[in-house]
Design a protein around this ligand. Structure first.
Ligand SMILES: *Cc1c(COP(=O)(O)O)cnc(C)c1O
Length: 397
């Protein structure tokens, strides 16, 4: 298709949920660069929203996928699936959890986790069906997960919404304690809030939440769909805090670009599910689990995640120096390679994103005055330097 035909098809046939798209026509990609059909090249500091963490066109990853395509792409969960067996073993061996369920997206992983909580308490004979989540959180787009999401703009248009959800301010243990009642079955949190604008949880908050959950027989779910899979510098963000949830959900970077989500739970919790309680046609299929299995091997190789920590520290230090040199930048936030730059009220994140796009950099205006960075883990100092230089030129203009 010619570029003009692509645009025309979109205009005529695609549901208008993404507003105006940026004029990038992704044709191929390598490392942290995306090559557009019109000959332009972009340094990607967003990774397909935290998906392409191992970078584009990783040789070993591509070979594994090609090998799997030659063998078998899809097979029902009625039968044994070798790559799935390998992946679930690796995930459990490298985390605090015993059992896994594979889904196709973050929303579905969260949806499944919420169902598991309901079943867990039903089996115990307790009416604890309510889930408490945090303001500014994002948990997905299905009816339950959009209701769990602590941002009105995502859910208001879809009322009436499912019952059994409540939101409280994030990082405020008192507010959470006050919201807990007889019916509270779960507390679901992102250890580092992503779509909300990159806000890490405080150590004493997560530790306090864990204690509260133990005390009141509440299950703790960590939504690590965005902050998991190495993004924070550890394989899972909870490992930074030394606070273990009962259930964790994953997606985004898990499959290196092949759609896959998962939720993992401790044995005692997972045991609530009995045959027939949950299922999926595609979830955990051979291609998706082979992809995720390869991603895990890549990330678990010696020293691989050290680059996330190293580049993350360099990136945030450079952002802080830039903030010191500028009048219209407020603060930096984040962990590892999950970072944000808060702009002053008179600077629009959307405009800055547009100007950076024109200069060949992909970043995300996650809020009106907040830029979000989720670059592939394979970026180098020179990529960060170039981005900072360009931001500085634009804001000083
Ligand atoms: C992206 C995201 C989701 C939803 O994932 P989808 O794959 O888009 O359904 C859920 N939770 C968090 C924290 C996310 O960042």
């Amino acid at each position: 298709m010619e570029i003009a035909e692509i645009i025309q098809s979109d205009k005529e046939h695609f549901m208008t949920v993404y507003g105006g798209r940026y004029p990038l026509y992704a044709e191929k990609a390598e490392g942290i660069k995306i090559y557009s059909k019109d000959g332009k090249v972009y340094r990607d500091f967003l990774s397909g929203i935290g998906v392409n963490s191992i970078g584009y066109s990783n040789q070993r990853f591509k070979e594994a996928l090609k090998d799997q395509i030659d063998k078998i792409i899809h097979c029902s969960n009625f039968y044994y699936i070798e790559p799935q067996a390998e992946l679930q073993k690796k995930l459990c061996d490298n985390s605090a959890f015993d059992r896994v369920f594979f889904a196709n997206s973050g929303s579905e992983a969260n949806e499944g986790a919420l169902k598991l909580v309901r079943k867990y308490f039903r089996k115990k004979g307790k009416k604890k069906y309510e889930t408490i989540t945090a303001d500014r959180s994002f948990h997905g787009r299905t009816m339950s997960t959009v209701t769990a999401t602590g941002q009105d703009k995502y859910k208001k248009p879809f009322a009436p919404l499912p019952v059994g959800f409540k939101t409280v301010p994030f990082n405020d243990l008192e507010a959470l304690k006050n919201a807990v009642g007889e019916k509270t079955g779960a507390i679901m949190l992102e250890p580092i809030q992503g779509e909300g604008g990159i806000y890490p949880a405080k150590q004493e908050y997560l530790a306090g939440v864990r204690e509260l959950c133990d005390e009141k027989d509440i299950l703790l779910i960590f939504d690590e769909v965005q902050c998991g899979m190495g993004r924070s510098g550890e394989l899972f963000a909870y490992q930074h805090y030394g606070v273990e949830p009962d259930i964790i959900t994953l997606a985004k970077a898990l499959g290196g670009g092949v759609p896959i989500g998962a939720f993992l739970a401790k044995e005692e919790v997972a045991a609530a599910f009995e045959p027939g309680d949950h299922g999926t046609t595609f979830g955990g299929n051979p291609l998706a689990t082979r992809a995720a299995s390869e991603v895990l091997d890549i990330m678990l190789a010696d020293g691989y995640l050290d680059n996330v920590k190293k580049m993350g520290e360099y990136f945030i230090a450079e952002l802080d120096k830039l903030i010191e040199r500028s009048d219209n930048l407020v603060e930096s936030r984040g962990m590892g390679l999950m970072l944000a730059l808060e702009l002053a009220e008179d600077l629009s994140a959307k405009e800055l994103t547009q100007l950076l796009f024109e200069r060949g950099f992909l970043v995300n205006a996650v809020k009106d005055h907040t830029l979000r960075f989720l670059p592939p883990f394979v970026l180098g100092k020179e990529d960060i330097d170039l981005l900072i230089e360009n931001i500085e030129e634009i804001i000083n203009f």
